[in-house]
Ligand binder design. Structure first.
Ligand code: 5GP
Length: 184
């Protein structure tokens, strides 16, 4: 039997990365798709574990060859999901999870309608601003841009199969585990 494809998405600052990491600790059988990006690696990131870090030319070439299940530009960088890894694991009966931004998430849903879209959000817009500030890497200008993007993304919530409010990581992870445990 084919595995199921779960897409964890939502605005930047909602805590997708943290929630996904904890979810994978608690559900090690879930397979995480490693994305390709043109962004430069951060200090704590490793090639092939955090991302496949590539230049723009390689990214666009992979896209043209049909190697990406979805892709999107997020601020100044490109991000995409390598198609074969996801499809091979699904064919092997494994459940796969993507942790991606909303433009790409909706592309996957259009291509793989049986995929399960989970929207991770925060209790209020103020929480988003606070979380972006806590990151420390964001300037006033970039917080403003991220909030404008988040506004658009929050309006797309109804296109998702499930909405999970990230009030605490534990609650969010438990809700997602519940969703995965269901016969969707
Ligand atoms: P970061 O640069 O902070 O690692 O990620 C920036 C954003 O890109 C996050 O919202 C993350 O979920 C999203 N992202 C990571 N990989 C992919 C991908 O393969 N496709 C899409 N569409 N977004 C991605």
């Amino acid at each position: 039997m084919e595995g199921k494809l779960y897409i964890l998405s939502g605005p930047s600052g909602a805590g997708k990365g943290t929630v996904c990491k904890q979810l994978l600790k608690e559900m090690p059988e879930l397979v995480l798709s490693i994305s390709m990006t043109t962004r430069k690696p951060r200090a704590d990131e490793a090639e092939g574990i955090s991302y496949f870090f590539v230049d723009k030319e390689t990214f666009l070439h992979t896209k043209e060859e049909g190697g990406l299940l979805e892709c999107a530009q997020h601020f100044d960088n490109y991000y995409g999901t390598p198609r074969h890894f996801v499809m091979d694991n699904l064919h092997d009966g494994k459940n796969v999870i993507l942790e991606i931004e909303p433009v790409g998430a909706l592309q996957v849903k259009a291509k793989v309608p049986e995929s399960i879209l989970i929207f991770l959000t925060v209790p209020s817009k103020n929480d988003l601003i606070e979380r972006l500030k806590v990151r420390g890497s964001e300037t006033e200008e970039s917080i403003k841009k991220r909030m404008e993007k988040a506004e658009i993304e929050l309006n797309q919530m109804e296109k998702y199969d499930y909405v999970v409010v990230n009030d605490t990581v534990e609650n969010a992870v438990n809700q997602i585990k519940d969703i995965i445990g269901r016969k969707n």
